[in-house]
Design a protein around this ligand. Sequence first.
Ligand code: ZN
Ligand code: ZN
Ligand code: ZN
Ligand code: ZN
Ligand code: ZN
Ligand code: ZN
Length: 331
Amino acid sequence: MQIFFQTFDGHNKCTQLPDTFTLDEFLKTAGKVLGFINRDETRSFRYTVGSKSLNVNNAQEFDRQKQYITNDCNIFVLGRLLGGWTLPDTLQTIAEQQLEVELSKADTRSTECSICLDTETDCVRVCCVWICREDLTRWLLERQFKMSCTLCSKEIMPRDIFKTPEYIATLRALKDEKQLLENVDCQRCITCGALMHNETMSARQKCVKCRRDFCFFCNRRWNVATMVDRQYTCGNECVYQTKITFQLVPFHYKKDMKIPNRRTCPKCLNFGAYDGKCKYHTCTVCKFTFCFLCLKEQEVCKKVYKSAYDHACVRTPVSQHYSMFPRLMSL
Ligand SMILES: [Zn+2]
Ligand SMILES: [Zn+2]
Ligand SMILES: [Zn+2]
Ligand SMILES: [Zn+2]
Ligand SMILES: [Zn+2]
Ligand SMILES: [Zn+2]
């Protein structure tokens, strides 16, 4: 089978593995394609498939996990915060830089563009609609290559639009990387691009590549005067801490009632603000409608607490915890 390693320069390193393989063969292949000097170096990195982590230090466990290594899959190589991993050009940059050339290779038809409505322009088919190259470029960049049909919402695969296998692989890797970085314990250094895994969950870390002291969670340079080294947060308006905390503000319909000014969607973890009216909030990303006080789905809150849009279902707003954020899993 064919697999891709995500390497130094952000390109896909394509290599072959036999359909059945041992940990030994996997390490040999990885070491060779990644240019490591010996097995210890190969083993010192963390390997992930999607958001799942492979154990390359235990043959028995690896044998159980290797079913997830399938044809065409992306395997990311992360520094364990003791060995940084450099990516001077991110996948995003590569995808952007090559976009124009790749779009010029796409199949087109002279028709009306569904965005600018110009007739007889060279349009590319994007699921249910046709879009001219110029608008398609803008559309892809705005969405950072997260593609779903503007009409039927169906997810669009890179191969539906693009022709070059390497470019398609880059876009697929970009998607995998985004998923990887959604994990609270994964981060990319904003200064040098090193991809890292936090083994201790302490906020204060040192990037091995650029040597800067930084907060792992908000990616800012470490400031001894304003930051404290805690688990999941530097204590100074840090990303995940902000997501699980809130201020109480007056509720629109009842002056004596208070409501959180912000909450994280329990379903997709998108951050949302109180709209100044009803206590039920519809997430702009996943469309889940939940109660800002008890965090339950609207219908459940109404049923369980016999509640309504202006009724305090719980005495104090239900709290959210760091454990709600995904972490790199072992398979
Ligand atoms: Zn157009
Ligand atoms: Zn469609
Ligand atoms: Zn760095
Ligand atoms: Zn921070
Ligand atoms: Zn949501
Ligand atoms: Zn409720």
